[in-house]
Design a protein around this ligand. Structure first.
Ligand SMILES: Nc1ncnc2c1ncn2[C@@H]1O[C@H](COP(=O)(O)OP(=O)(O)OP(=O)(O)O)[C@@H](O)[C@H]1O
Ligand SMILES: [Mg+2]
Length: 255
């Protein structure tokens, strides 16, 4: 039977940066729950507080008011993919991908095998011994993706992980992420600017308002699990995309 508690619970969450007249209300108030195994996508205009929310979820930033609680049950940690990748420039590609496994003290032989598997899946096998400085932006992003997925985290926090990739690779990795998260029932909170991506991947798509970001709408893509990328070709997909686009356009264009 499923676990009874949400993996992520935010209540009346807000975040303000700075003080006094120059303070910026970045986020909230916002309520959010993410159930075990659920894949929740967040879309919203630039600067509405999406990364701020994820950084709070990752424990890197404190809320100004309200709470955000993470409830994980296994030694598998939460993993985060940052919008700016957050990979280590002084480690090789392979060492970056193995990093979370080393932290978990996975035996070296197994860690190398899992890292090699992820390097192959993300098309980085030939660059295992290169340093990030020698990689393109899209390749650096793939290192970050491989590093996060290699640990098979219980909770995956992803901040526009595919933004720097070309359309073809983006589609391939979306399909791969679908397969992995469905197989492992990884609870995922996923930020994207792409409505297609949110609809393909999400059990729920949450639309955020302009700053300070609040959740103004929620849609459930009507595709059963396990799901594949084939849903992109359905009329339901197109209809939901245009509905979400209308919601988002009202927020993106200042009144
Ligand atoms: N450390 C910080 N100090 C001051 N202001 C910040 C800080 N981090 C974020 N902000 C402000 O908070 C607001 C929300 O930023 P955030 O990065 O969360 O937006 P976002 O929704 O992720 O945008 P994007 O889609 O462009 O990535 C912005 O106005 C930003 O300038
Ligand atoms: Mg952001």
């Amino acid at each position: 039977m499923g676990e009874p508690y949400p993996k992520v619970t935010a209540h009346d969450l807000t975040r303000t940066f700075g003080r006094g007249p120059r303070a910026v209300d970045a986020l909230g108030p916002l309520d959010l729950t993410v159930a075990p195994g659920e894949f929740v996508c967040l879309v919203g205009p630039s600067g509405c507080g999406k990364s701020t929310l994820l950084r709070i979820a990752a424990g890197l930033l404190r809320p100004s008011t309200g709470t955000l609680e993470i409830r994980t049950s296994s030694p598998r940690p939460a993993a985060m993919i940052f919008q700016d990748y957050g990979i280590y420039d002084w480690k090789t590609v392979q060492a970056n991908v193995r990093f979370g496994l080393d932290v978990q003290r996975v035996p070296r032989r197994e860690a190398n095998a899992r890292a090699a598997d992820w390097l192959a899946r993300t098309g980085l096998a030939d660059f295992a011994h290169a340093y990030p400085a020698a990689l393109s932006g899209g390749m650096r992003q793939r290192v970050a993706i491989a590093r996060a997925l290699a640990v098979e985290p219980e909770l995956l926090l992803m901040d526009e992980p595919f933004a720097a990739l070309d359309a073809q690779l983006r589609t391939i990795l979306q399909d791969e992420l679908l397969e992995i998260t469905q197989a492992l029932r990884t609870t995922t909170l996923f930020i994207t600017h792409s409505l297609e991506e949110a609809i393909v991947l999400g059990d729920r798509v949450l639309v955020m308002s302009a700053r300070p970001g609040r959740i103004i709408a929620e849609r459930r893509p009507p595709f059963p699990r396990p799901r594949t990328g084939d849903v992109r070709a359905t009329p339901d997909f197109t209809a939901l995309k245009s509905e979400l686009w209308d919601l988002l356009r009202k927020e993106a264009v200042p009144a």
